[in-house]
Write a protein that binds this ligand. Structure first.
Ligand code: PMP
Length: 338
């Protein structure tokens, strides 16, 4: 018989899938590390379990404890699945710009969800950073995960995601492209790949309204770079300890509009029903076109699933309201076609 001991045993070993349509103008092979095959439908399952197991091992998390995290949803989902299997309570503190689907999904897997305003400074007592820290201080037998600064986050990707990509490409990968939020994915995978072959180039996808690109290029934390944006999952107004700038060769920024449009394009032109950061990642990869040659093998990592965005990037009304698409119905036959 061939089965997993519990749902956590199905995490990882996700497929690599070739992109065929959106990448037609590129000279190289482009492969997607397709993380929605994880049981929580995102790459975050990997680091969620690793962070919990490391905290169990050194006594930060004790039997029957409460796990508290500020999470945009995917980490919360991974933590919630592991909490169920391992017998912990789960509280997710989430910002109000996150999709309703993400909040509903967290509640569906037994997590308490606390919603905080997005457009306040991280130091503001109402921010989700401050709220999660305060809750952890006030709740007995609780553990504050802090995915931003928790080294087990990047370590999970160094131990699993990186080695999988190296093995699946038979060591032929030349470029790794990925959206950056906490920095865990890019730093863990980037470190592993560069240890195997220092010539592998690692590119981060950032968003307008986030500090990463400017900081990487100048070493300056520029507050003028910070403003509200719509893209979900990537970009920050802080510098998480998990971002290891030394393994990153460069960043490119993608607009909210482009990220949303390319999220739709991945679904409609590749059959890849994925989240908003996947749209940003593929658009960013296309912006890097001049860096790729014929023999290159470019791997782009797609973090999460499209179901979490049906009310947003996959809703044409929502897209129209933000000026991301225009009504371009030209004829009756267009209407029938669509
Ligand atoms: N995309 C999505 C949808 C995410 O939830 C996250 C995590 N915030 C990221 C990208 C960025 O990944 P990381 O935190 O590992 O940098």
């Amino acid at each position: 018989m061939d089965y997993a001991e519990n749902i956590l045993g199905t995490i990882g070993n996700t497929p690599l899938v070739k992109l065929n349509t959106l990448t037609k103008t590129l000279p190289c092979l482009v492969l997607a590390k397709y993380e929605t095959f994880n049981p929580g439908n995102s790459v975050k399952d990997r680091m969620a379990v690793k962070m919990i197991e490391d905290a169990e091992a050194d006594g930060r998390l004790k039997p029957g404890g409460t796990i508290i995290e500020g999470t945009s949803g995917n980490t919360g989902m991974g933590l919630a699945l592991a909490a169920i299997v391992k017998g912990y309570k789960m509280v997710c503190v989430i910002s109000d710009k996150q999709s309703k689907e993400k909040m509903d999904i967290l509640r569906a897997v037994g997590s308490k969800v606390i919603v905080c305003p997005t457009n306040v400074e991280p130091e503001d007592p109402k921010s989700y950073y401050s709220t999660s820290k305060r809750l952890a201080e006030e709740t007995p037998n609780s553990w504050y995960v802090n995915q931003y600064d928790n080294p087990s986050n990047a370590a999970a990707h160094y131990e699993s995601t990186g080695p999988e990509i190296w093995k699946q490409t038979d060591g032929k990968i030349t470029h790794f492209v990925v959206g950056v939020g906490t920095g865990g994915t890019i730093s863990g995978v980037g470190k592993y790949l560069k240890e195997q072959n220092p010539n592998v180039k690692v590119w981060g996808i950032d968003t307008y309204g986030s500090v990463f690109k400017k900081y990487h290029e100048t070493g300056i934390f520029d507050e003028n770079e910070i403003y509200p944006y719509i893209t979900e999952g990537i970009g920050e107004d802080i510098l998480p300890k998990n971002v290891d700038f030394t393994v990153i060769d460069g960043f490119t920024k993608v607009t909210d509009k482009d990220a949303a449009i390319y999220t739709q394009k991945l679904a409609k032109e590749e059959g890849m029903f994925l989240g908003n950061s996947a749209g940003a990642a593929i658009k960013g990869l296309l912006q890097l076109k001049n860096h790729f040659n014929e023999d290159d093998v470019v791997v782009v990592l797609f973090h999460d699933h499209g179901s979490r965005y049906v009310g947003k990037m996959f809703n044409d009304e929502w897209m129209r309201e933000r000026g991301f698409i225009e009504d371009d119905v030209k004829s009756a036959s267009d209407l029938i076609m669509n």
